[in-house]
Design a protein around this ligand. Structure first.
Ligand code: ATP
Ligand code: MG
Length: 559
């Protein structure tokens, strides 16, 4: 097999360079570091695919590290959901680790820093400290507490740790340089007081380390060779390195932080904080609502792990901020389901059609191919009888030549069945067609080999036998936001762009083979799109989500 040689992304180029410069290959180690303060979204999938992809490419371990330093927002529910999502995507982490496991080590290092005069306790208000911070173009000024003695700092820090001070009254700061051109280096906060129960360490701690002080040291403790994060941390890199300088021992590997651009997607928002608002304020029905860009929402919507990986790979990683068109994501799932989803017949907006010359009481079980794209998919039987449902929009009393569906006086083929001809119809007082009367050619059964079966008619319609039809609730989704970029618009909250019609519930009829469909089973409803069984389905009630319609706006753009 000839394998297409893919060009290396810029992170892989950095790694290749490090290997060429003598980094032993067995020292490569990566991590995916979610904060358990929400569910994973399609942006995280970019980072997951990147980090675990590196693990696979270099046969190197990848840790799952929960970055759990903020007890006000973190919960076990999120830890469990994150693990489930990564596992579902098909990636295997080496170790499951928690930054909170390093609280004692971080504390011990901090004591050393204080002793070396590199950290001090500040008890000014946050407004005062913000004022002294300066601006990107003006240097900051020193805190009056900057030159406390080591003894005083140790005593105050111990009091912070022992819960003797109020939240917000004291912080511990690294003593770096208030005039540094990088604002992050102007005596950043290392610890704050939070009298909150932590989901893992309980009430053991009431001081919690800040992200910057935790992240690089956790990377170091785990001996992560390449710590890959998103661009907003680029300006933190100086600090990441400064903190490492304080702890790295010469015989140990020194981690390297490198940044790539966040994945943004059109027509959605991606930050957990905003997704949480949608959940809490009831705009959606939970984190796994099929309209959410979360991994759990996409799963429930009918997305496959393969489609999410293909999407992540195709969209690629970049050094600059950009927005990926959601049509690419939709294209990836359509492409996957086209190959894998069994075809079935379902009618979403039914009108009854009666075949007047078909014997009353007769029924036939006709053979239907499950998936013409997959020769191993086999066949199933679908029941046919005198009364069937077709889509309302597939019939018109009169229409021009371009209407290849059913109209009075002309013929269509019923998929897997016979050729029928519309003779007349019945309408209600509003002029809506309520019944269509047809005749059929009993010699025209698909696949029967007769001359009549080979007759070419322009249209083929899907249908469901009335007597055998199963009722199903179908949830049809539109985009959750009406604007391409709901996020970050001046003077407007993203929630102003919520689409009021993002969910439509339809009562449909489906062929009886679907009665045994299981939660998350995926299908193509012929001529309608791809659908999957929702988690709300019960043995008595079929519920489907429309994953995507058949039309492919991404493929069209490429034409
Ligand atoms: P959010 O703003 O959505 O809360 P976050 O960056 O705070 O995201 P984390 O749980 O800290 O979320 O992220 C875990 C990892 O996933 C980090 O390495 C982060 O850089 C990466 N990540 C988060 N969002 C994206 C995204 N949109 N695109 C690519 N990587 C992302
Ligand atoms: Mg975060």
């Amino acid at each position: 097999m000839i394998e297409e040689k893919k060009s290396l992304n810029f992170i892989e180029q950095i790694i290749e360079e490090d290997l060429a410069n003598g980094l032993p290959k067995e020292k490569l180690r990566f991590r995916f570091p979610p904060e358990p303060n929400g569910y994973l979204h399609i942006g995280h999938a970019a980072s997951i695919c990147l980090n675990f992809g590196l693990g696979l490419r270099y046969n190197a371990p990848v840790n799952l590290r929960f970055d759990d330093t903020n007890p006000t927002k973190e919960e076990q529910e999120y830890v469990d959901a994150i693990k489930h999502d990564i596992d579902w995507l098909g990636f295997k982490w080496d170790k499951e680790l928690y930054s909170s496991d390093y609280f004692q080590q971080l504390f011990d290092w901090t004591i050393e820093l204080i002793k070396e005069g590199k950290a001090y306790v500040d008890n000014q208000s946050s407004a005062e400290m913000a004022q002294q911070k300066g601006t990107p173009t003006e240097p900051g000024t020193d805190s009056p507490n900057r030159n406390r003695s080591v003894e005083e700092n140790l005593a105050l820090f111990m009091k912070m740790k022992n819960g003797e001070f109020e939240e917000g009254s004291h912080v511990l700061r690294a003593k770096i340089d208030m005039k540094h051109t990088n604002m992050h280096m102007r005596d950043p906060i290392m610890y704050r007081i939070l009298k909150k129960r932590h989901h893992r360490t309980g009430n053991d701690w009431c001081i919690y380390p800040m992200y910057d002080w935790t992240h690089g040291e956790s990377d170091y403790l785990e001996q992560i060779s390449h710590s890959i994060c998103t661009l907003e941390f680029k300006s933190h890199r100086d600090l990441y390195d400064w903190y490492l300088d304080q702890v790295v021992e010469s015989d140990k590997l020194r981690p390297k932080q490198r940044e790539f651009a966040r994945r943004n997607l059109s027509y959605t928002v991606m930050s957990k904080r905003k997704l949480l608002q949608l959940v809490e304020e009831g705009f959606v029905n939970g984190w796994d609502d099929p309209r959410m860009p979360t991994i759990s929402g996409l799963r429930r919507r009918g997305y496959t792990p393969a489609s999410i990986k293909t999407f992540s790979e195709t969209a690629g990683i970049s050094k600059r901020d950009n927005v990926t068109d959601v049509a690419l994501l939709e294209h990836c799932i359509k492409d996957d389901l086209n190959k894998t989803a069994p075809r079935v017949m379902a009618v979403m907006n039914p009108v009854k059609l009666i075949i007047t010359n078909y014997p009353e009481g007769k029924e036939e079980w006709l053979t239907a191919e499950n998936n013409q794209e997959d020769e191993n998919a086999g066949y199933r039987e679908v029941p046919f009888s005198r009364e069937i449902y077709i889509e309302q929009e597939d019939f018109r009393e009169e229409a021009n030549k371009k209407f290849f569906r059913l109209k009075l006086g002309s013929e269509v083929r019923l998929k897997n069945a016979y050729i029928i001809k519309a003779e007349s119809c019945l309408k209600d007082e509003n002029g809506e067609v309520t019944e269509i009367y047809c005749t059929y050619d009993d010699d025209s059964l698909s696949g029967s080999g007769t001359e009549a079966s080979k007759r070419k008619v322009k249209g083929t319609l899907h249908w469901v036998s009335v007597k055998h039809a199963e009722k199903a609730e179908v949830r049809v989704y539109d985009r959750l936001f009406t604007d391409e970029a709901p996020d970050g618009q001046k003077d407007k909250d993203f929630k102003e762009f919520i689409n009021p019609d993002s969910l439509t519930i339809v009562d449909a009829f489906v062929e009886p083979s679907l009665k045994t469909a299981k939660v998350l089973d995926r299908f193509q409803f012929q001529r309608l799109g791809y659908f999957c069984v929702d988690t709300d389905a019960t043995p008595d009630k079929l519920v489907f989500n429309r994953t995507v319609p058949l039309r492919d706006s991404w493929a069209k753009m490429g034409e």
